[in-house]
Design a protein around this ligand. Structure first.
Ligand code: HPA
Length: 274
């Protein structure tokens, strides 16, 4: 396979060929399941389907549209990934993280990642927003596995403060100003696609996780490797801690859609304050 750096350059070139040389944004956003509304709020200068971008993985999951929206939001130049691919679709961790690397190569210095997650902490209810303070990689893989290109980042990147402390303060202040509940917690990333058994959920809780989901961890690792500051927000779509209850993707998407407007208000303030 072509080395990562060459694939990145080709992806960037294919975007610039469509949009022009100043394509890109200072702030990158990744919108998870049912959370695409943020992309509609931005003043889009250009919209590209993922299949139009060289080497971009194309999502199969429902609720994930697969569009890159370049434009302005709250006075900032933004690059929005509307939809993501997951490990459970069969992509490698490097492929899953590739679009985030492209945002970095296009000039983003800050990455805002969102996702839908199951709540493990007893105080988390369906519909709550959780600020990701840290993560646990339970996916059994890592986007940096393989040869390291020192020009892209260090072989052994530090992860002691993956979720930027200043951005977390900004997010908490934004939540307060919007009178939105927001509590910080630990996100456990798992492979999926099966939801957790009760024993698995209990194990993850004992390991220190407040929420569990099937995304985000590869993107955040790659973003830190590339030197981007990261802010992460989970929408709690189901309360696993409430006891064994069947989870369906329809429920998850319905709750995520319902939380979309609140997430939009939060992110609007965060982006304005960056
Ligand atoms: N587990 C894993 N991923 C999820 C969940 C869950 O309960 N809810 C939304 N994404």
């Amino acid at each position: 396979m072509t080395p990562l750096r060459a694939r990145l350059e080709e992806a960037v070139a294919s975007i610039r060929a469509r949009v022009g040389h100043d394509a890109g944004g200072e702030v990158g956003l990744v919108l998870g399941s049912g959370l695409g509304a943020v992309a509609d709020a931005a003043e889009a200068a250009a919209v590209l389907a993922y299949r139009e971008i060289r080497h971009f993985p194309v999502p199969a999951a429902e609720g994930h549209q697969g569009r890159l929206v370049l434009g302005r939001w709250e006075g900032r130049r933004v690059a929005v990934l509307q939809g993501r691919v997951h490990l459970y679709e069969g992509y490698t961790a490097e492929q899953v993280a590739f679009p985030v690397r492209v945002l970095g190569a296009l000039g983003a210095h800050t990455l805002v990642v969102t996702n839908a997650a199951g709540g493990l902490a007893p105080d988390l209810r369906a519909g709550d927003l959780m600020l990701i303070g840290d993560h646990i990689n339970m996916m059994g893989t890592n986007p940096l596995v393989g040869p390291n290109d020192a020009g892209l980042g260090p072989r052994f990147p530090d992860m002691s403060s993956a979720y930027d402390a200043d951005l977390r303060v900004t997010a908490m202040e934004a939540a307060r100003a919007e009178q939105l509940g927001l509590r910080e917690g630990v996100y456990a990333g798992v492979l999926g696609p099966a939801y957790e058994t009760p024993a698995e959920a209990a194990m993850l809780r004992r390991c220190g996780a407040d929420a569990v989901g099937m995304s985000t961890v590869p993107e955040v690792i790659a973003a830190r490797h590339a030197g981007l500051r990261v802010l992460g927000i989970s929408v709690i779509t189901n309360a696993v801690a409430a006891g064994p209850a069947a989870v369906t993707q329809d429920d998850v998407l319905a709750v995520a859609n319902d939380a979309g407007p609140r997430l939009l208000r939060l992110l609007r303030r965060v982006v304005r304050a960056l």
